[in-house]
Design a protein around this ligand. Structure first.
Ligand SMILES: Nc1nc2c(c(=O)[nH]1)N[C@H]1C(S)=C(S)[C@@H](COP(=O)(O)OP(=O)(O)OC[C@H]3O[C@@H](n4cnc5c(=O)[nH]c(N)nc54)[C@H](O)[C@@H]3O)O[C@H]1N2
Ligand SMILES: Nc1nc2c(c(=O)[nH]1)N[C@H]1C(S)=C(S)[C@@H](COP(=O)(O)OP(=O)(O)OC[C@H]3O[C@@H](n4cnc5c(=O)[nH]c(N)nc54)[C@H](O)[C@@H]3O)O[C@H]1N2
Ligand code: SF4
Ligand SMILES: [Mo]
Length: 734
């Protein structure tokens, strides 16, 4: 039979009757894909597609992006504000004005009784930047609590802290385009293929053209590791030891870039002295990577003309998270691999707008990477907002991971959660539950009324999400891109921006300050405040951002006026000599002594518990758990376990087991796979009442980020499989 051209059966794609495509930016991960939402003739969003001319994704989307339009009408969305006196009562619906008046009264009551900082605010990396800026203004200039932070402490805090320590400021220096120029890539604790599929696609495209070596450091054989030239299955929590050993080899063999070090850094001698202790033979015993491989990898990295490092949660979520980032920066600085094409240390961000919150939310300071600790920064912002600079605290308050324990000790009495779900995402959730139950007043502001935290709240505020509103996100490579409103907010929910500006009006102090209501007007304020800062966006506005399909910062007003086009794909920081953000322009090289302080496997709890993500789900599944196309891949909690370890215990594939730590237990289905070594299990953190019942979450001393990836567990067989299946399915299906 002939299969002639004309004989092929064409594939019929159902016509969704799209009459208009609205420009947007994906609201899941920090890749920052430009996306268009298709609207049908009834005005309903019915399709999503990648934007061809956008530099980031060039027409592509991953399995989350292509179904993103489905989330607007997914189940569990909030319709109206809900209120109740006690958490053991049912909620009743209320109107917005009463809800916000009550919220203001409660905030003032708590602050009057217990002090200004006894009311805490924890936000997110998933609002629009204009919303972050407005929440920051409301918090710093009106409510005045210093206990204000974001869930980014669970995510990017170590990267921020490490960048600040090394370079004098936060701000990732590289771009995706660096893949196209690099001669060596090391990926530390990043499963890019699943967690940032489109960045991974950019990497693979570049690698196929130029065949540079890819080295992956990850205790688990992830999808990225499977594609690596060299996979280093490191002992959990010991990356700093490997970094020190690599530096030892580089210096021992004279592979460092002396000219660069002398011109651009301070502290080299101290690093040189410290790494003497980390000869590869000694280091191998701690980090589990053999001596020869350490030497080999150090040479490949240091001899490459341009070498690039990326990293994600395998580094940040560790008791050595901040040190790990400094270690990466040390390696980059010692070989002159910062600020040049293909030579960079690029933190891969997490949430769609984790960068926007770092830049503009005032969580750890004041807008535009300004610091509460600096009198001139306080003065400048106070003047711009028209408030008394003395109203601002003079140093940063508690981080999210310290705010929760402060509820336990009675220091914090009221809490406002904005777009974050700590009942599933924080370590040791049974402890978190007891803390939430202790609060006098808990407000949950979320797009979903069925988010677990509403069980403990007194007030629930339904928020619009993603393309139900308008504003910008900043992605991993500092690219500001825009979300345009594609549809009306669900039910009677309101944009977070509306909620913040309305709440401001309920405070006497809030009525004295200007709170612009339109996103483009808020952006104007940010533009003004960005002038002359590292994060200079003064050349941008909403329309130009859409026209260019995203613009990387810095892009200044002067550049725009001079007719300089925004760089298409590869803007870098620290390209000039001594352009780091310390007063002398030099980066700091910092010695990194290593003390192993993790909970490690022992006789009673013999397995490492590693946690993370899978491609089809996003975080606590408030969104992807309800979208059939995403949820059907892995609707129930499961645990990866090595087949040999399973055989030792008599566990068969698909059987339910109980995983137990010193904190609690969880029922999961065993999935036998060589992805994890014999002494480790891996459980995705997407499921409620599951892995974070087990995690310890020790904190990094610099960033206060929890070590979600290092705990110890044992596995128990479960007799009654039917009961276990029921337990495991509870609350899994929506
Ligand atoms: N599909 C999907 N994509 C996402 C998200 C999502 O929920 N779903 N979330 C987004 C967010 S907010 C984030 S922060 C990113 C996270 O992106 P990633 O950090 O890439 O994802 P994780 O699975 O959390 O962890 C990455 C790897 O760290 C490894 N690891 C564990 N311990 C160590 C260690 O001691 N050393 C080293 N070197 N590695 C270790 C784990 O084995 C794991 O493979 O993903 C973003 N993208
Ligand atoms: N064991 C373990 N735990 C982890 C991690 C891990 O690797 N292992 N990773 C950590 C990391 S990196 C992260 S980033 C955190 C994530 O943890 P969380 O931020 O707590 O998780 P999300 O599910 O993203 O929660 C976001 C919430 O915001 C809501 N939402 C979405 N859009 C909007 C909006 O526009 N407005 C409002 N008001 N609400 C909205 C969602 O419905 C959801 O309830 O988890 C951390 N926890
Ligand atoms: S890679 Fe990230 S930004 Fe791109 S479509 Fe997927 S989830 Fe969205
Ligand atoms: Mo994250």
């Amino acid at each position: 039979m002939l299969f002639g051209r004309g004989k092929k059966k064409s594939i019929n794609i159902a016509d969704k009757k799209v009459v208009e495509w609205k420009y947007s930016t994906c609201g899941y991960c920090s890749t920052g894909c430009a996306i268009e939402v298709g609207i049908n003739n009834e005005g309903k969003p019915v399709a999503s597609r990648g934007v061809g001319g956008a530099d980031v994704n060039r027409g592509k989307l991953c399995v989350k992006g292509i179904f993103e339009h489905e989330l607007f009408e997914s189940s569990g969305r909030g319709d109206n504000p809900l209120i109740r006196e006690h958490i053991h009562e049912g909620y009743r619906e209320t109107d917005w004005d009463s809800a916000l008046e009550h919220m203001k009264d409660e905030i003032l009551r708590i602050q009057k009784t217990w002090g200004r900082d006894s009311f805490a605010i924890v936000s997110t990396g998933q609002l629009l930047t204009e919303e972050f800026y407005t929440l920051g203004k409301l918090t710093r200039a009106v409510i005045g609590t210093n206990n204000y932070d974001g869930n980014t402490t669970l995510c990017m805090a170590s990267a921020v802290s490490g960048y600040k320590r090394s370079f004098g400021s936060d701000g990732p220096p590289g771009s995706y385009e660096d893949f196209e120029h690099t001669d060596c890539l090391i990926a530390w604790g990043s499963n890019l293929a699943e967690q940032h599929p489109i960045i991974y696609w950019r990497l693979k495209e570049a690698q196929e053209k130029r065949k540079f070596p890819m080295i992956v450091v990850d205790p688990r054989t992830t999808m990225l590791a499977q594609n690596a030239d060299i996979h280093l299955a490191i002992t959990p929590g010991t990356d700093v030891v490997l970094m020190n050993a690599m530096m030892h080899v580089i210096l021992d063999e004279g592979l460092e870039d002396r000219d660069y070090i002398e011109a651009n850094t301070v502290g080299f001698e101290q690093v040189e002295q410290e790494v003497q202790k980390y000869d590869p033979a000694t280091a191998a015993k701690i980090c589990g990577i053999d001596e020869d491989t350490i030497r080999n990898v150090a040479r490949i990295f240091a001899k490459a003309d341009a070498a690039m490092q990326i990293w994600t949660m395998g580094i940040n979520q560790s008791t050595h998270g901040s040190d790990g980032v400094v270690g990466i920066n040390n390696l980059a600085l010692s070989t002159g691999n910062i600020g040049k094409p293909g030579g960079t240390a690029l933190s891969i961000t997490g949430q769609c707008n984790a960068m926007g919150t770092r830049e503009w939310s005032s969580c750890s300071g004041l807008p535009g990477y300004r610091l509460l600790e600096k009198p001139e920064d306080r003065e400048e912002i106070a003047q711009f907002w028209g408030v008394d600079p003395e109203f601002f605290p003079k140093q940063r308050g508690l981080t999210e991971t310290d705010i929760f324990p402060a509820i336990e000790t009675g220091q914090i009495k009221g809490l406002w959660l904005v777009a974050t779900n700590p009942m599933t995402s924080m370590a040791n959730t049974s402890r978190i539950r007891r803390m939430l139950e202790k609060l006098e007043f808990l407000v949950v502001q979320d797009s979903y009324a069925d988010v677990e935290t509403t069980q403990y709240a007194h007030l629930y505020l339904p928020a619009a999400t993603w393309a139900e509103k308008e504003g910008v996100f900043t992605n991993t490579e500092r690219r500001v891109n825009i979300v345009r409103q594609a549809t009306q907010p669900h039910g009677n929910s309101k944009s977070d921006l509306w909620i913040f500006t309305e709440l401001a009006k309920h405070f006497e102090q809030g009525r004295k300050i200007r709170f612009p209501e339109k996103p483009a007007e808020v952006f104007e304020e940010m533009r003004e405040l960005s002038k002359g800062r590292l994060v200079d966006i003064s050349g941008m506005d909403h329309d130009l951002i859409e026209e260019k399909r995203g613009i990387q910062w810095p892009y200044t007003e002067a550049e725009r006026q001079a007719g300089t086009e925004p760089v298409k794909g590869g803007k870098r920081l620290y390209t000039e000599e001594r352009s780091f953000r310390y007063p002398d322009g030099r980066a700091k090289m910092i010695p990194l002594p290593f003390i192993d302080n993790n909970e490690v496997p022992d006789d009673e709890y013999p397995y490492w518990l590693n946690t993370g993500r899978v491609v089809e789900h996003f975080h606590t599944r408030t969104k992807t758990g309800k979208l059939g196309n995403n949820n059907k891949y892995s609707p129930i909690p499961y645990m990866e376990i090595n087949p040999d370890a399973a055989a030792d215990m008599g566990i068969r594939n698909g059987e339910y087991v109980r995983c137990v730590s010193r904190r609690g237990d969880a029922i999961v289905m065993a999935q036998l796979t060589q992805r994890v070594p014999h002494n480790m299990v891996f459980i995705p953190f997407h499921y409620h009442d599951c892995v974070n019942r087990l995690t310890l979450g020790l904190l990094d001393p610099h960033s206060r980020q929890p070590a979600f990836k290092q705990s110890a567990v044992r596995i128990e067989l479960v007799e009654d499989q039917v009961e276990a299946a029921k337990l495991s399915m509870e609350r899994r299906e929506f």
